[in-house]
Design a protein around this ligand. Structure first.
Ligand SMILES: Nc1ncnc2c1ncn2[C@@H]1O[C@H](COP(=O)(O)OP(=O)(O)O)[C@@H](O)[C@H]1O
Ligand SMILES: C=C(OP(=O)(O)O)C(=O)O
Ligand SMILES: [Ca+2]
Ligand SMILES: [Mn+2]
Length: 659
């Protein structure tokens, strides 16, 4: 699996113009001093068309021709091709007409590839009841980044190449996720297992409504000349790898998923077979408000029984990645594997750290650390064998991105990277990362190997440190606290942060929010199920929990300021090195947190937030206010037992603020 996704040349311009034998035209000085430009050998083409045909070299067949020996009778390339189209046609089948579309591979703009007659595809439907059955849908299957760039630039308004080679694109009206429009089918499969009701992200829908939306999406996709299909993997743990198929209408979506999921090798693609899960992304097309349950024109629908997800009315690409994350939050715990909304990296000595936190708290920024190996920035699994990244790429916020503070992310923004909703100079195409005119939630999506010290394959041993990130807009949580196991569970279940503007629609200012397991929008089971697994794993592996405030200091949002990133990095360094474990500690009031009195490279006075507030009364009031919010939030969890013994449950309840 080492070759996965980083197969040499996959992201290079290898078959492009420069290397492909187009002889450089040279001018030679002739004796008479006149310059002639015909002295170089002529190009091997008689016509412009022929010349252009020389530009592209035929790529190595994705289907290696195998010998005839072996236990199984080899199937021909043609047969395999037909099987693949049949599988895609079945994926796109209309359920009301019981037929799949007629498909042909390739770009419809290349007329020659469109069959002039109906070929003898044995899967061709025997009866057709709509005009769409008379046409071919072109399938652009697992295109390369270069091909996707060309599709985007030709056909998708708002696509441009930036000065560093990234593909700038617009996600349309939605520039963040729409958690209130995410629905899950409630049926026999999910009734007992899933978390329903107050606080749950799983807004219910029935199977019939799902099928109505599915038909709407499939009909929309089939009405197009072409669709993009990505067949890829999730999870670097080979025993628990999931095959996903993403059907979408935009090159932007296809390139995004190419970057975010694990990229199959040609051999793996050849043997891909039937996907375990399929996404129908018809994001340009709205859902129908007359459809039961629909409260807006956006709907993201998950059907675990059918293993399908339908997206209508939002083109924000993050819905696909986070939708699949929800699926993993259902599938993995069934196998006693904990799914984690966390970043993950590893030191030279093999010490692994997890970084939990809600959107904008620093998972991507802090797990991308030049002195450590990056395992992943956002979604992981923790099994009996250690940790594995679910994804094949990263999705970094790029508002106010600076080369100095985040050099590895800066340098990852190059050819192949999708840059969403950024603003750039119309001539130089230089991106202005400070501009928020489209949205504050500007994003870069790149394959993980664009980070120089990525750990490929993206797996590692059991974590040594579990870092909980909170961006505290109240400015009262200490920059770092060492947590007991019970405190770690209390804060994990609470999932506090200030939601930073942008990632979710309609949030313009930071506001206090609690999101169980630091990812309530993505979990499928009750939070205490994940918490119990985390407690069990941390206890068994002897991992230490930490709470790191990447938010405000010296006052709340508006009067104080955000803790400087270099200070947070120093704190994280001290956690990794083990030096913070042996520091001197004192306990804070109200939250009862153990805070170090010194951290190398960090001014000691900021370690206790009370020192940074000039108005001590305001500090005390704000501290009590936040403590009260924590208490109130935790009320919903007081009736649940966590893990097998009541002792831990009692300890967790006692580990919150005390006043
Ligand atoms: N002290 C800090 N610690 C971490 N991130 C910070 C800090 N100060 C500012 N930031 C900024 O906050 C953002 C964190 O976003 P990101 O790492 O993408 O979060 P996540 O991956 O958790 O969604 C980045 O834009 C980063 O530059
Ligand atoms: C893509 C997202 O992840 P994060 O902000 O946690 O990086 C999101 O929450 O939409
Ligand atoms: Ca995230
Ligand atoms: Mn992130």
């Amino acid at each position: 699996m080492a070759a996965n996704g980083n197969a040499n040349g996959e992201f290079s311009f290898g078959t492009g113009i420069a290397r492909n034998g187009l002889t450089k035209i040279q001018t030679h000085k002739k004796e008479n001093g006149i310059c002639h430009d015909d002295s170089a050998p002529p190009v091997k083409a008689q016509t412009i068309d022929e010349l252009h045909s020389l530009q592209k070299k035929k790529s190595a067949p994705t289907t290696p021709i195998k010998g005839t020996q072996g236990a199984f009778a080899p199937i021909s390339e043609e047969e395999r091709h037909q099987q693949q189209l049949q599988s895609i046609s079945a994926s796109l089948a209309s359920l009301t007409r019981e037929t799949g579309p007629k498909l042909v591979k390739g770009d419809p703009a290349r007329k020659a590839e469109t069959p002039k007659h109906v070929p003898h595809h044995h899967f061709t439907p025997t009866f057709n009841v709509s005009d769409s059955a008379l046409k071919f849908t072109h399938v652009l299957y697992n295109l390369s980044p270069g091909e996707l760039y060309e599709q985007a630039i030709k056909y998708e308004k708002g696509s441009f190449i930036t000065s560093t080679g990234a593909l700038a694109t617009l996600s349309g009206a939605k520039t963040g996720r729409s958690p209130r429009d995410k629905r899950v089918v409630r049926d026999e499969t999910t009734e007992d297992d899933l978390w329903w009701g107050k606080g749950s992200p799983n807004i219910e829908m029935d199977e019939h409504t799902f099928l109505v939306n599915r038909e709407r999406a499939v009909d929309y996709l089939n009405s197009l000349d072409k669709v993009f299909v990505n067949d890829q993997f999730l999870n670097w743990d080979p025993e628990n790898r999931i095959k996903v198929r993403i059907v979408s209408a935009r090159a932007y979506h296809s390139l995004f998923m190419h970057n975010m999921c694990i990229r199959p090798t040609p051999e793996e693609l050849e043997n891909f077979g039937t996907p375990d899960f399929t996404i129908y992304n018809a994001g340009q097309f709205p859902c129908n408000r007359y459809t039961h349950y629909m409260t807006s024109s956006t709907s993201i629908d998950l059907n675990l029984g059918r293993r399908e997800m339908v997206i209508l009315g939002t083109q924000y690409a993050g819905e696909m990645k986070k939708g699949l994350f929800s699926v993993m939050h259902f599938l993995m715990p069934k196998r006693q594997i904990l799914s984690l909304h966390s970043g993950c990296n590893m030191g030279k000595d093999g010490d692994v750290a997890l970084f939990f936190g809600l959107s904008g708290t620093g998972k991507t920024t802090l797990s991308t650390d030049h002195n450590r190996y990056l395992i992943g920035d956002d979604e992981h699994c923790w099994s009996d064998n250690g940790v594995s990244n679910i994804e094949g790429g990263c999705y970094a916020k790029c508002i106010d991105l600076s080369r100095e503070k985040e050099p590895d992310i800066w340098n990852a923004i190059k050819f192949g990277t999708v840059l969403e909703n950024v603003v750039f100079d119309e001539h130089t195409r230089e991106v202005d990362y400070s501009a928020k005119s489209v949205t504050e939630n500007t994003r870069a999506s790149y394959p993980i190997e664009y980070i120089p010290n990525a750990k490929i394959p993206c797996v590692g041993p059991h974590p040594k440190n579990v870092i909980l990130l909170a961006c505290d807009a109240f400015g009262v949580l200490p920059p770092v606290s060492k947590l007991s196991l019970a405190q770690t569970m209390y804060h994990f279940i609470s999932g506090y942060t200030a939601l930073v503007a942008g990632t979710e629609e309609g949030v313009k200012e930071p506001q206090a929010t609690f999101s169980a397991c630091f990812g309530a929008a993505f979990i499928m089971l009750h939070p205490t199920k994940y918490a119990a697994m985390l407690a069990e794993k941390m206890q068994k592996q002897g991992a230490t929990g930490w709470l790191v405030n990447t938010g405000w200091s010296g006052g709340r949002y508006g009067s104080g300021s955000r803790i400087k990133l270099p200070y947070t990095r120093k704190i994280i360094d001290a956690i990794h090195s083990g030096s913070l474990l042996t520091a001197n500690y004192k306990r804070t009031e109200v939250f009862g947190l153990d805070i170090p009195t010194e951290v190398e490279g960090v001014p000691s006075e900021i370690l206790d937030p009370v020192n940074t507030w000039s108005d001590k009364k305001a500090y005390q009031d704000t501290l009590l206010k936040l403590g009260g919010l924590f208490k109130k939030n935790f009320e919903t969890f007081t009736n649940y037992k966590i893990g097998k013994d009541n002792k831990l449950t009692e300890e967790i309840l006692a580990a919150g603020p005390n006043f």
